[in-house]
Every structure is written in C-alpha cells, then in structure tokens.
Write a protein that binds this ligand. Structure first.
Ligand code: RAM
Length: 522
C-alpha cells in the first residue's frame, strides 16, 4: 500500500528559532574507508539466496570483463556510504564507450532481482541500480548517490570486440553520526545469540544515524517520528548521541503543519520540509519522545522550549474522542500502528492516546502547570473509560472498529497504556493473546518491539526473550547483517509495497534488541 493520503489545505508553520537550534546541532559525519573483502557468487539454497565465496579480492585485477560479464563484490558487512572505483581498459585502444550496470544490495537477493519486473506501489527509484556510459578510459567513477549495501555487482553491458575492462581501487567511504566507541560492551556472561543480536541491532541503528535519525538508509532516507522514538530509546543505552535526538525534536517542532500538528515525517533536502502526511499515533509520539529525552538528559531548556508543541498534540488528539471517550475510527490511513494487512487501528490508537497522556501529565508536573495537570487527568480518565468500553469480557480481548476486530496490536497497546493498572491482568492478557493467536498478527519489528516491551514490563522476561529469539533470531538465521523493516517468520515475502524489491533491510525501528537487552536484561 502506498502512503498517499495528504491532509487537506496543507500548510507548513515554521518556527525559525527552533530551526536555528536544529541547524546548530547538525552533526559532522564520521567517515570510514571500506574496501571489498571478497568476490562472491549469489546462489539459491532451499529457502534463501545467499553469497558464497568465489575468489580472493586480489583476483579482481585479473578479471577482464567484456559484454555481459559480471562480478559481485562482498564488502563483508552492511555499509552506508559513497562508492568509487577505477575502470581500466585492456586490449586494443577503446573504440566504443564502456557501458556498465551497477547494483547495490543490502541482502543477496537484491542482486538477483530484475528491476524491470518491479510493479510495486512506491517509487522504483529506490532500487539501487545505475546504468553508466564511460566515454574516456581509464576513468575514475564516483557513484552519484549514497548507497546502503553489503553487495555490489558490476555488470559490463558492453565494451567492444576490441577491448575489455578491469576494475581497480574499489572503495566505499562509509558515513554515520553514530560513534561505536561510545557503546559499552555487554557483560561477558550474556548469552551468545543475544550478543549477536545486539551487534546486528547496533549496526542497524548506526546505519540510520546520519544528519538526523533516518528511518532507513536505502529507503526512505528521511526522518519518520515513529522510528525516531525507538531510535532515541535505543540511543540512550548505546551510542549516546543525545544531540541528534534533540536536533530531530527541534526540527519536528520547527516544521509543524496546520494547527501546529507534528507531521509523520520530514525531508531535510534540499530544504527542511514537513511532509503533508499526518498520523494520529505519530503526532502523539512527539510527547513521548520529549518525555523520554528529558528523562535521559534532564535538559531543562529543551523541555521548556518544546512542551507547548507536545501539549498541542494532546489537544488535537483529544478532539478525536467521542462522548464515550472512544477514539473515532476512520476509513483512511489515519493512524499507523503496524503494516499488518487488514488491521483496524481504533483500539491501538486508544492505547497510544492513553500512553502519551501519561507522558503529557509528567511534562505538566515538571513545570508545575496545575491547569494542564488537571485537564490531562480528565482526558486520561475519559480515555481509560473509553478503552474499557472496547473490552469484551467474554472473549477476554479488546476489540477494535465496527467489526469488533481482535488483533495482537490492540492488546499490546492497551497493555503498554496500562489501562488495567494491574501487572497481573496485563500479563494475563498477553498470555491469552499468545494462546489464542488472533489472526491479525504483527509484521514489523516495530510492532514486535512493543509486544516484547509489554512482556518485559509485566514480569514476563523469559517469554520476551523467547519471542526475541523466534523473531529477530530467525532473521539472523535468514542472514540479516542489519535488521529488516518487515519480517514475518511465517510469510517471508511480506511487504506492504506490492514488491519486496523496495523493502528496506537496515531499518531504524528494527534496532530494538539492543534497547531491550541493554535496558532490561543486564
Ligand atoms: C514506512 C517506513 C517508515 C515508517 C512508515 C510509517 O514508510 O517503514 O519507517 O515509519 O512506513
């Protein structure tokens, strides 16, 4: 499904002071030079595409390529950066341009997929593939974009019958604003598979740490606030780049849309621009991100600057409750929650409103704002009453929407919102969900993150670890170097975009194992 809905009569409201503060916080990127480690073949086994060793990288100089020859280079792990190489002719003087195709893949299958077959809903331009004519040889080719990849394939479409080409000096300048030296080592008694998951999660968030917290360095390469919340939480226990969170918070508050609503995502190039998409849950998460940021940093100035923006998100969301305190459902793509097909968002949205209200009350308490404390407590009581109207005591589940849908996501968010205010009941609901396994399941690591956190917070650590293993652990077994945007161990071809070719395989919201391990399991 493409994200197409825009808000009506969209306008952007700019707060220049906030933009100035964000600008001053824009990080310098750390650059690292990476060279390919080996030459590989991409092969298919029973269930997967994988790379197998073909030759040492030193062999590259001996590989003379003419029409339809190709070579796949393996950089050893996932990188985000700029690539250059030299193309040198061998044989007679080049009597025609060299014409080459270059593909970059985060995972092996991206090298195999044929972009001509792409028929997805979102822009084909996300596929990392370039066609280049080189008129004068030898030449240094500096690739035009920043790529996210482990594998690079160079295919010679043609040279001429009289000459071939050889590749030399292939180099990637990898970039990030995440300094790995700031991350502490896990205790030596941590189980080995959790250590491995943590390593992959760290690489995932590091790839997304650029001039802001991007959602994915391959796609969408922009700032999405739902992703930011998980990145920021993970950052506080790993990279400690709190200024990058602050930078993004000022940008979101500095570029709101109609009525001061925080947008779902932001563009930073060629200029700062809020997208014309608003999502109920994503706007509310501004409140929670500010709350988390203050808890982590005690930065009074930022809290004071940005609390008005947070309060406005509460006012806008509270309007969406009906007289019974239930968040009104809509037909449109009004709230995100998860990419699960057919998911009704009402109960999830109800939970998120309660979750954010609890944070807004804290923000109000920190500034002794009695008017706000009272007001938000009233909203909170109303929203909890509304939530309980969605409770189906007979079934033992929260229902959502006019069809009374029962999904995993609805239960998880009501638990995180602590509607019952009772850890035993919360845990029972989670266990009931696991036992019944409602057919509207979870398909993003983002939603799994919330499920795992709900388990840990309600004394179900062992269960949480078990699910981390059966989800992120499975991804590791399927060859993840960085964690993927979408993953369903039962349906490995899951994608909301009509084609897996544009799925992102290093995605911000998937970095949560490092957060869970470092916050709750140490
Ligand atoms: C997709 C991306 C992004 C997410 C939105 C809602 O476009 O995965 O990270 O936040 O959906």
């Amino acid at each position: 499904m493409a994200i197409t809905n825009s808000i009506e009569n969209f306008e952007m409201i700019i707060n220049e002071d906030f933009i100035k503060k964000a600008n001053a916080l824009t990080p310098e990127l750390i650059q690292t030079e990476v060279i390919p480690k080996q030459i590989v073949n991409i092969v298919q086994d029973e269930k997967n595409y994988k790379s197998v060793f073909q030759a040492n990288i030193d062999e590259l100089k001996n590989i003379k390529m003419g029409r339809n020859d190709l070579v796949v280079l393996d950089f050893g792990n996932h990188n985000v950066g700029y690539v250059k190489f030299r193309l040198v002719p061998v044989g007679s003087p080049p009597d025609a341009p060299a014409y080459i195709r270059i593909k970059f893949g985060e995972i092996p299958i991206e090298i195999i997929e044929d972009s001509n077959e792409y028929d997805g809903d979102i822009g084909k331009g996300w596929i990392q593939e370039e066609f280049i004519h080189i008129d004068v040889l030898p030449a240094v080719i500096e690739m035009p974009r920043r790529y996210a990849f482990r594998y690079m394939e160079i295919k010679v479409i043609d040279t001429s019958p009289k000459y071939k080409v050889v590749l030399e000096d292939v180099l990637c300048t990898a970039v990030t604003s995440g300094d790995i030296s700031k991350v502490t080592h896990l205790p030596s008694d941590m189980e080995i598979d959790l250590v491995e998951m943590d390593k992959i999660a760290l690489r995932t968030i590091q790839g997304c740490m650029q001039k802001g917290y991007e959602d994915g360095p391959k796609r969408d390469r922009r700032l999405w606030i739902g992703d930011l919340r998980l990145q920021a939480q993970t950052n506080y226990v790993t990279f400690h780049n709190d200024n990058l969170v602050k930078h993004d918070l000022y940008l979101y508050a500095g570029l709101t849309m109609n009525e001061g609503r925080v947008g779902a995502c932001l563009f930073t190039n060629p200029k700062y621009q809020v997208d014309d998409t608003a999502l109920f849950d994503y706007s509310l998460f501004f409140v929670s991100i500010l709350y988390d940021y203050y808890v982590a940093t005690k930065d009074e100035e930022t809290r004071k600057d940005l609390s008005a923006t947070a309060y406005q998100q509460i006012e806008l969301a509270a309007r969406e409750m009906d007289e019974d305190g239930i968040v009104k459902d809509k037909e449109t793509w009004w709230c995100f929650i998860d990419w699960a097909d057919g998911l009704n968002k009402q109960a999830g949205a109800q939970g998120i409103l309660i979750y954010a209200l609890r944070h807004a009350i804290k923000l109000a308490e920190w500034e002794n704002n009695t008017e706000k404390i009272e007001r938000y407590n009233k909203y909170l009581q109303k929203a909890i009453t509304g939530a309980m109207k969605l409770w189906d005591a007979e079934k033992g589940f929260f229902i959502s929407g006019s069809e009374r849908q029962i999904s995993w996501a609805s239960q998880v968010w009501m638990v995180l919102a602590n509607v019952f205010d009772d850890k035993i009941k919360n845990a029972q609901l989670l266990e009931h969900t696991i036992a019944v396994n409602p057919k509207i399941r979870m398909v993003t690591p983002y939603m799994y993150h919330h499920f795992i956190e709900a388990l840990v917070q309600n004394n179900r650590k062992e269960e949480a670890i078990k699910f981390m293993r059966s989800y992120w652990g499975e991804m590791v077994k399927d060859g993840a170097d960085t964690f993927w945007e979408l993953y369903d161990p039962i349906d490995k071809n899951v994608t909301p975009y009509g084609s897996k070719m544009v799925n992102s395989y290093c995605h911000a919201w998937s970095c949560s194992p490092s957060y869970i391990i470092r916050k709750y399991l140490m």
